[in-house]
Design a protein around this ligand. Sequence first.
Ligand SMILES: Nc1ncnc2c1ncn2[C@@H]1O[C@H](COP(=O)(O)OP(=O)(O)OP(=O)(O)O)[C@@H](O)[C@H]1O
Ligand SMILES: Cc1ncc(COP(=O)(O)O)c(N)n1
Length: 273
Amino acid sequence: MNQVKTALTIAGTDPSGGAGIQADLKTFQEREVYGMSVITSVVAQNTTGVEAIEHLPIDFIEKQLHSIFSDIYPDALKSGMIATIEMMELLADTLKDKRIPFVIDPVMVAKSGDTLMEEKSRRVIRESLVPLATVVTPNIPETEILVDFKVESYESMKKAAKVIVHELGSKAVVIKGGHLNGAATDVLYDGKEFFDFTAERTNTKHTHGTGCTFSAAITAELAKGKTMEEAVGISKQFITDAIQYSLELGKGNGPTNHWGYRLKGVPSYEKGE
Ligand SMILES: Nc1ncnc2c1ncn2[C@@H]1O[C@H](COP(=O)(O)OP(=O)(O)OP(=O)(O)O)[C@@H](O)[C@H]1O
Ligand SMILES: Cc1ncc(COP(=O)(O)O)c(N)n1
């Protein structure tokens, strides 16, 4: 019998291959789930920044979703760049009755500083999509927009995590500490307990697509039936290795290395190796 698990990403593109849909599909492949994608926006970008953005017509995004859900029903899905309120409403409507893990990476601004989500959509995502999430994975600036207060310390990350779960309605949240100083500590809160995931900070500017890769790995692990704590733990190792072996490609911030864990000689994280 075919046992392969399937994962879907709903996001924007990165022709330079380090972020967005391209990073998600590479990650799904490395984590050994069958990857599928629905494209929301086509982005002309590379390691130096974003040149132009073209949003696909809303009815065409709807058709892509229909093509997937009527044929290969995913075991888990994630959303990345969802730029407009219209897209958020379509997703909320499509996903509200789907009983599969839904990971939201609330992509707002690229590392380069370019805007990937319309200003007016930033608050709307709180009401439209976050309540449907199994887990939301904001970085620090995204967390501040979601909760409306400054997040500058570990304690304020925990306070924000409680707001995202208990007031905004996500089942769980992972607040990523990549933007703070010191060790790279992420905080998972599942509504009851906090779990810290800490890795040594790699001194590199090649971090294009870290958030996409991390959330895609979580999606893949949830598709395989891992618990939230296991999925985040495996994904933290995966992104840490991808950053440690990141690629000096392009003229700006190069991409992470999706096969970094293999260079480290770790065959699989599943056995706790
Ligand atoms: N220099 C680093 N060394 C080690 N881990 C890092 C580093 N930078 C980020 N991370 C880790 O990478 C993951 C992604 O976090 P980050 O805060 O970079 O996400 P992000 O800002 O959403 O990414 P993106 O730029 O793709 O939107 C987290 O687990 C974070 O702790
Ligand atoms: C389509 C798309 N989605 C997400 C990101 C965020 O990644 P980063 O902040 O590392 O550029 C991106 N650049 N492009």
